[in-house]
Design a protein around this ligand. Structure first.
Ligand SMILES: NC(=O)c1ccc[n+]([C@@H]2O[C@H](COP(=O)([O-])OP(=O)(O)OC[C@H]3O[C@@H](n4cnc5c(N)ncnc54)[C@H](O)[C@@H]3O)[C@@H](O)[C@H]2O)c1
Length: 458
């Protein structure tokens, strides 16, 4: 509605308001003719009618007394725009959490389940018969319709996705009341390195406060779940030793995103130490694949090449090439599931530690960094189109020049073995992209992700 619409009422509205002014003015004059006792009697009757209405209404005191104030607040609370709670909702949560694989099945709360990694991981768990309940706030950091499409995919395979925020303590406590989760796969986060310069608060809310909120709920649960959560390769920051190993320095982050993940690793240490929570942090290295994130270079390069737009490729200050250890989504999912399967039980109960608990950190990468120019060349081959390249010096925006994972620890402890190279993985991505975004018109322009340039590692 424009300013004009508000400021100048239409003729019928003007007519209506004038008419109602006369009507009310007339009634006001009539009230003046009432005596004071008459007014008092009328007020008494009005109050009595209101009181009777209150007694018979569904929100009357008798209804409130049946449920505790906490339950009342919980069931009425809304997260993002959607309400949660109620018998139907509880039924969905319980049924989705049910383990169908005996005797070794697990029941997992997956946060960030409408996200890229969360959707794939939830699906994989569900496929092998584990109980899975998803949680996501469907924020609009990138096109939420992609998150809704992933939700539809999960719903088809029987995974219920709760719409809510990880900072909603009441929602978390309700979920832990309803289900005895054996594990939490915590993937919800504000991702992206460069966006931290636009919206720093969202990193603090989701990656720091949100992680604490999840750990608080887990440590207070009567039966504490084991936690597996996504840290990031970005914690290596300005580290120059390659390949990056878990024993290397991680105290020189280059972005607020990296700092928030590093903070998460320290917070994990505290909850392990005080409350006996079993916690595994996974440092993912540039994950890509079908249903991926539109803010990542391989994704928006594909979109822009198809649209005939030029793509911006960064190079290092000394002309050095930018390289990433691109890791295919199925390999990452394999690492997540192996982490869940090898996680020991938390040792605390209801907030009290009973003994030392497991605390682990693993690199999940591919061990073969690929220059971004090579990524573009592979995309050109798969898309059968030439990219219009624009090469510029990398600005200081939080990105690092290269990432390279040493995965020997994950190999040894988790049996982690990445099997997909970039050539094969991008072929699968492009196939998905063309199917998902191909509009009937044949143009790929009408569904877009967040735009950007060059390589993005988180
Ligand atoms: N994809 C990568 O290359 C990569 C690399 C390193 C680390 N990671 C980490 O892995 C995890 C998953 O990443 P992804 O690529 O799937 O990202 P994603 O953005 O696709 O998924 C994250 C999901 O979390 C949800 N979310 C964010 N804040 C939330 C909140 N406060 N409450 C509830 N839901 C919230 C978002 O709506 C989103 O659906 C993240 O923790 C990310 O930081 C990813």
């Amino acid at each position: 509605m424009s300013y004009m619409d508000v400021a100048v009422p239409s003729i019928p509205a003007k007519f209506k308001s004038e008419k109602s002014y006369h009507h009310h003015h007339h009634r006001f004059l009539r009230w003046h003719h009432f005596s004071f006792p008459k007014l008092l009697t009328l007020s008494f009757f009005a109050a009595a009618i209101l009181f009777a209405f209150f007694l018979i209404s569904p929100h009357s005191s008798s209804a409130v007394s049946r449920s505790s104030p906490t339950t009342e607040r919980r069931s009425l609370r809304t997260s993002s725009s959607a309400a949660w709670g109620g018998p139907e909702w509880e039924k969905h949560v319980r049924s989705s959490a049910r383990i169908r694989r005996r005797p070794f099945g697990i029941s997992v709360l997956v946060t960030g389940a409408a996200g890229f990694v969360g959707t794939h991981a939830s699906n994989a768990l569900r496929r092998r018969g584990d109980g899975v309940v998803g949680l996501d706030n469907f924020n609009n950091y990138y096109d939420p319709s992609l998150k809704r499409a992933r939700q539809a995919l999960l719903s088809k395979s029987g995974v219920f996705l709760v719409e809510g925020d990880i900072n909603d303590a009441l929602l978390l406590s309700k979920l832990f009341d309803l289900v005895t989760f054996t594990h939490v796969l915590h993937l919800a986060a504000q991702a992206g390195v460069r966006y931290a310069m636009v919206n720093p608060g969202s990193y603090v809310r989701s990656n720091v406060a949100g992680l604490v909120s999840i750990l608080e709920a887990a440590r207070s649960a009567t039966s504490q779940p084991a936690i597996v959560w996504a840290s990031s390769s970005s914690v290596y920051g300005l580290n120059t030793q390659v390949p990056f190993s878990e024993s290397h320095r991680t105290d020189r982050p280059a972005s607020l995103y990296a700092a928030s993940k590093k903070a998460g690793e320290e917070i994990a240490h505290v909850y392990n130490h005080i409350y006996g929570l079993s916690i595994t942090g996974l440092r993912f290295f540039t994950v890509y694949g079908p249903w991926g994130r539109p803010d990542m270079a391989y994704f928006f390069f594909t979109r822009d090449i198809l649209a005939g737009k030029s793509i911006t490729i960064f190079e290092g200050s000394d002309g050095a090439t930018i390289a990433r250890d691109f890791t295919y989504i199925d390999d990452i999912v394999q690492g997540c599931l192996a982490s869940l399967d090898t996680a020991q039980k938390s040792t605390g109960s209801g907030g009290t530690k009973q003994g030392p608990a497991q605390l682990r950190v693993f690199n999940l990468g591919n061990t073969s960094p690929v220059p971004v120019v090579e990524l573009v060349a592979i995309l050109e081959r798969h898309l059968k189109m030439k990219a219009k390249r624009k090469v510029v010096k990398m600005p200081r925006n939080g990105d690092v020049q290269f990432t390279h994972a040493n995965i020997s620890l994950a190999k040894k402890e988790l049996g982690y073995h990445p099997t997909t190279n970039l050539q094969t993985g991008l072929k699968k991505f492009v196939k998905w992209y063309l199917t998902y975004y191909a509009p009937p018109s044949g143009s790929y322009l009408n569904k877009k992700g967040r735009s950007g340039s060059s390589s993005n590692s988180s």
